[in-house]
Design a protein around this ligand. Structure first.
Ligand code: ADP
Length: 796
């Protein structure tokens, strides 16, 4: 259906409504008018009836008598009445009698018009008269006029005499009626029209106009003019739902506009943001490029720094190694020579001095070892080894080292091992020994009465792994509670007075803790001041099936006497070291052949081979020598055809683990650290020399020394002298040589004047050309050679 406007629909609805109302009105008016007309006709009828009633007697006589003229005269009188336009009379048989007005005399007309009862025959004589029939009143047209015709029988004493017809002019009545209908209808229509227009106006004003306003506002909003509003005028033409609608629309429009402005703002901000983003991207790309450049620059710097750091770390390692070497070499001299010197003739003061020098040197060596260990741990250079070793051997060593010291202090020293502890283990015996040594040495140090007990048990034992738990208990001074939590921290000691009274660096326990954790265990302490302390620790070791180490242990405890008569080559460039080692060896009855370089060692070795001299039972090999170093010399000796090489034992101040590994790789059998411990040196040799069979006593692997060089506290050296004169006397009989401090040189050599003379002699021979050689090396830019020469001279 075609959409129609609201106005159209309104008008249509109103028109239809009003049409219906008009139809109903018209019907009502027509009905009212018909009713009124019927009333009027009734009145006319009654008035005619009354008129007829007055004349009825006379007329009956006249008709009955056949008096036409009289009848006509009576009729004239009747017709003289207003609006009566005709009248006619008929006799009883219906024959025309007379007529006036418009009515023509028509014979027999009544008979046809009257109802049947009116024409009924007169009743028989004697019968009761029939009631007269009612007059008839009907509308007709007469000569073109609308008339109301009155038809009535004339009955006298029950006898019908004739009939009478009277015609009443209805023209006026009818026209009045029509007029009133017309007036009424037109008035009604007028009223209806007025109402219609009024309604139309009101509806337009109250409904349509606001709706159109709303519509056009909506249209404007639709066209994009958000925020458009419907004006709510002051006359409050819309105080109804439409007003609410308008308000709702206004709100909606506001909201829409707000949303649009928000949206626009958001879009704008987004655009701004995108622009910013683009700018930032550009900046970022620039930064990125710069950053990449910077990163590559920094990376290059870093890799340079890393290289530098690696070089520095390498340098540090080398520095550590050479420090260790440099410190141990003089320590070797101090400990070795004081040891030797104490065996000479001395007065009690000298002996006291020497003993103090000797023991201070050992303490100093212990400190140096701790510091070196500390630096190695800090540099992550400590690695735990996995070597087969015998636990009982390790504990024997502990007993050997500390048993005597405890006795000297008047303390007991007990060592017990639970039966389920496996003896053959794989682990790092050196480090295990170091921890035990540290704990037991502390226990003895801090105990004045009572003693020390070491207990070893198995915390856990499996087929392959054994968790060994050791406890070192003492009855000493104990440790204050507040200090306990920090006891395994570097450089920490219970209190200042402890340091002063007992000495120490505060490094030992911290190093032990690190070593234990590297060995997969933990360390802890229980202590109460004045009641002693118990240090516990665990270590994880693999169980070993091998038993070879038992032999080692046996040999460790073999008496040095077994070495008497053995032939040993000492390869050592440093004269003092040569002297120290030679004398230790000679005192044990060993036949020593000294080679001052790798080359001369090879020469001696080859010459022996040629002459078929008694082969060497062992070679003690210094590592760092000018020319052919210890490694190279060992390799060559091992490759020398036709002769079974003797066991070669490294003797070096190099304390780093890599050096020991290099020794093994180069084909050496064992290792003795400098400063040389006389007992240790002889014990080591005893392990490798078997004079009865002539074969080395022990096979290849480096043995499990459980002795930390500086902390072993081995028994003081023997005090018997070997008959040298006093240093002062000897010094006086020697020439005064510029640059050489003869008295102190003699002191260092235990007053051995002949030895000093021979040393000076060989020094002058060996190093006469040295200043020129150094100058030449410097001139050629060979700083390394110059440094090496200077180093050798300094050492000698
Ligand atoms: P050092 O003994 O060289 O000082 P340590 O690290 O071995 O270094 O020991 C640190 C400190 O712990 C000692 O100075 C001492 O105060 C305390 N200590 C260690 N062991 C014991 C002990 N058995 N009894 C009492 N105090 C101890």
């Amino acid at each position: 259906m075609k959409p129609r406007s609201l106005l159209f629909k309104f008008n249509l609805a109103l028109a239809v409504t009003f049409l219906l109302i008009a139809m109903v009105f018209t019907g009502v008016i027509y009905w009212v008018e018909s009713y009124r007309k019927a009333n009027l006709l009734e009145k006319i009828f009654l008035s005619i009836d009354a008129l007829v009633d007055q004349r009825k007697e006379a007329l009956a006589n006249e008709i009955f008598g056949g008096m036409r003229e009289a009848t006509r005269m009576s009729l004239e009188e009747i017709a003289a009445k207003k609006d009566i336009v005709a009248a006619a009379a008929y006799d009883a048989d219906g024959r025309f009698m007379a007529a006036v007005g418009l009515r023509e005399p028509t014979a027999g007309a009544v008979a046809a018009d009257m109802p049947a009862t009116a024409l009924m025959p007169a009743p028989a004589t004697g019968a009761p008269p029939a009631p007269p029939p009612d007059p008839i009143f009907r509308q007709e047209r007469l000569a073109g006029l609308p008339v109301a015709t009155y038809l009535s029988p004339i009955v006298v004493s029950g006898i019908r005499v004739g009939y009478l017809i009277i015609d009443y002019d209805l023209a006026e009545v009818l026209s009045k009626s029509r007029l009133s209908i017309a007036v009424f209808i037109s008035q009604s229509l007028l009223v209806l029209l007025c109402v219609y227009f009024l309604l139309n106006t009101l509806l337009s004003r109250l409904v349509l106009r606001p709706v159109y306003k709303l519509k056009s506002a909506m249209q404007r909003v639709h066209e994009g003019r958000l925020g458009e509003k419907v004006k709510l005028d002051a006359r409050n033409e819309w105080g109804d739902e439409i007003r609410e609608m308008a308000q709702a629309f206004n709100n909606m429009s506001d909201e829409l506009e707000k949303s649009r402005s928000d949206y626009m703002r958001a879009i704008w901000e987004k655009a701004l943001y995108s622009r910013e983003l683009e700018r930032s991207n550009v900046k970022l790309a620039r930064f990125n490029t710069e950053l990449e450049q910077l990163v590559s620059l920094r990376t290059a710097e870093l890799s340079r720094a890393k290289e530098d750091a690696e070089i520095a770390s390498q340098a540090k390692s080398e520095f550590l190694a050479s420090m260790s070497h440099e410190i141990r070499t003089p320590m070797n001299a101090i400990i070795g020579l004081s040891n030797l010197a104490m065996k000479t003739d001395l007065d009690s003061r000298q002996r006291d001095y020497l003993e103090k020098i000797w023991s201070s040197a050992r303490v100093l060596l212990g400190i140096i070892n701790d510091i070196l260990d500390f630096s190695k741990i800090e540099a992550g250079k400590v690695e735990i080894e996995s070597l087969p070793f015998s636990l009982s051997g390790a504990l024997d060593n502990l007993r050997n080292i500390f048993g005597g010291r405890a006795r000297e202090k008047g303390l007991f020293f007990n060592l017990s091992v639970a039966p389920d502890v496996p003896d053959q283990l794989v682990g790092d015996p050196l480090r295990l020994g170091q921890v035990l040594t540290n704990l037991v040495s502390n226990a003895i140090k801090f105990t004045e009465t009572g003693g020390v007990e070491v207990r070893v048990r198995c915390a856990e034992v499996g087929e392959k792994i054994a968790q060994i738990q050791c406890a070192v208990e003492d009855t000493g001074i104990g440790i204050p509670d507040d200090y306990l939590p920090r006891i395994f921290t570097y450089f920490t000691q219970a209190d200042g007075s402890t340091t002063r009274k007992y000495g120490g660096t505060g490094l030992g326990l911290a190093i032990s803790e690190k070593l234990i954790s590297l060995m997969g265990g933990r360390i802890w302490v229980e202590s109460a001041p004045g009641r002693g302390s118990i240090f516990h620790f665990t270590v994880r070791c693999h169980r070993s099936g091998e038993t070879a180490e038992t032999t080692v242990t046996e040999h460790i405890s073999a008496p040095p006497e077994g070495l008497r008569g053995a032939r040993v080559m000492l390869v050592e460039d440093n004269l003092i070291n040569q002297q120290v080692a030679s004398e230790i060896l000679q005192q044990a009855g060993i036949d020593v052949t000294v080679a001052d370089s790798g080359e001369s060692a090879m020469a001696i070795f080859q010459r022996d081979h040629m002459t078929g001299d008694r082969p060497f039972n062992a070679v003690l090999m210094d590592i760092q020598m000018p020319g052919m170093d210890g490694f190279e010399t060992t390799r060559r000796m091992r490759n020398e055809n036709g002769r079974r090489p003797p066991p070669i034992i490294a003797m070096t101040a190099h304390a780093l683990r890599e050096d020991r590994e290099r020794c093994l790789k180069a084909g050496m059998s064992d290792y003795v650290a400098k400063p040389v411990d006389p007992d240790l040196l002889l014990e080591t040799l005893a392990r490798w020399i078997d004079l009865e069979t002539g074969a080395p006593a022990a096979p290849a692997p480096i043995r499990d020394l459980v002795r930390a060089p500086g902390r072993d506290g081995s028994a003081k050296p023997a005090t018997e002298g070997d008959g040298h004169g006093t240093d002062a006397e000897a010094a006086r009989s020697l020439p005064d040589l510029p640059g050489i401090d003869i008295p102190s040189a003699l002191k260092r050599l235990g007053g051995n004047q002949a030895l000093l003379m021979s040393l000076i002699h060989s020094f002058s021979q060996d190093f006469a050309l040295a200043p020129d050689q150094i100058a030449d090396a410097l001139a050629e830019g060979d700083r390394h050679q110059a440094q090496r020469l200077a180093h050798t001279i300094k050492g000698v």
